[in-house]
Ligand binder design. Structure first.
Ligand code: SF4
Length: 333
């Protein structure tokens, strides 16, 4: 019974995969699905101590990427992004300073697989030197060696975002073992992990989503969540279709219920009222994201200012955290 599973989740007991499956399979417009979203919100409020956060993504480049994850618009095989484009150090610092001033609780530095690691560390060092002491830096990049993970920690990163992608090894050329090794190196280096179920498309089955949901709890992250795939136009993914907003909200709620209480954050990328009412208490703001080409392809989806995120979270009943991320500091305090 869905009601029994919800009680169990709310009381902090770990759910079995079959129970998560039962929640995932509830019809989206059923009363049970509404109960799932409402209960997830309650669990999120409790796990997150009633506060929500906004993390600012700073994209250091938007370049054709030879790693060629097939769902990614940057993959060279799609030929959508034709030339390298990098954010200058000056602009990266300006975005960081403005973001912190506007109330971002953490800065997520993002790059494609084409961006040199040393340059990534250099950008982080520069940003760290120009932002207030205690500013939380999170790295979002490709796979790491053991030494690179240590270098990130030394450069001042507190967090590392990484995920085993849906259909990893089929829709990408990266093995699950490689992803696991990166996560282990990051954790050993003292980086706190953020992760998620992504990139979600219309074709992903409930079983696939359950399997990834269970996994995100196992790696002991400080947050998990979900994002929808941005289908590269003209690709086979565009034919597979985009996940509906209703299904993504449902997925977020189920992830929250499957997560332990010591995971304070549930993230998503778009400032959506329904997602925040389903328990999302961490939004990625991205006011300056991507190249003009990407903005043309994906339009308003990329316009996510800190003010947009704040407005939506507040409307969903969340109290906004002021100052550095609590999600990333709760482990240390
Ligand atoms: S490594 Fe990142 S940027 Fe490169 S193709 Fe894969 S998802 Fe896209």
């Amino acid at each position: 019974m869905v009601r029994d599973i919800l009680d169990k989740a709310l009381h902090g007991a770990e759910l079995f995969p079959e129970e998560v499956g039962e929640l995932m399979n509830a019809p989206l417009s059923s009363p049970e699905a509404e109960q799932i979203r409402n209960t997830a919100y309650l669990k999120s409020v409790s796990a997150g101590e009633e506060t929500a956060e906004i993390h600012l993504r700073i994209e250091l480049d938007a370049s054709p990427c030879l790693t060629n994850c097939r769902f990614c618009p940057f993959a060279t095989e799609h030929n959508l992004i034709k030339k390298r484009s990098e954010l200058s150090l000056k602009k990266a610092v300006a975005q960081a300073v403005q973001g912190v001033t506007e109330g971002a609780n953490a800065l997520v530095l993002v790059c494609t697989g084409a961006y040199p690691f040393a340059q990534f560390v250099e950008a982080a060092t520069e940003i760290r030197d120009h932002t207030p002491r205690g500013t939380v830096l999170i790295a979002h990049m490709g796979d790491l060696s053991k030494k690179q993970a240590q270098d990130l920690r030394r450069a001042g990163f507190l967090g590392f975002y990484h995920a085993i992608r849906l259909r990893e090894g089929r829709d990408t050329d990266i093995s699950i073992d490689r992803r696991r090794a990166t996560l282990r190196y990051a954790e050993d280096a003292g980086l706190l992990l953020g992760t998620g179920v992504e990139p979600v498309g219309d074709e992903h089955t409930a079983d696939e989503l359950v399997e990834r949901t269970m996994w995100t709890n196992i790696i002991n992250p400080v947050y998990s969540g979900a994002v929808a795939r941005l289908n590269p136009p003209g690709s086979e993914f565009a034919k597979r279709g985009a996940v509906s907003e209703a299904r993504l909200c449902h997925l977020l709620a189920v992830i929250r219920l499957a997560l332990n209480y010591d995971v304070p954050g549930l993230y998503t990328d778009a400032p959506s009222l329904n997602r925040c009412r389903a328990g999302a208490n961490l939004l990625w703001a991205e006011p300056d994201g991507h190249t003009p080409t990407m903005r043309r392809m994906f339009g308003a989806h990329r316009n996510r200012t800190i003010a947009d995120c704040r407005r939506v979270l507040t409307k969903a009943g969340w109290k906004l955290l002021e100052g550095p991320s609590r999600i990333f500091h709760h482990v240390e305090s």
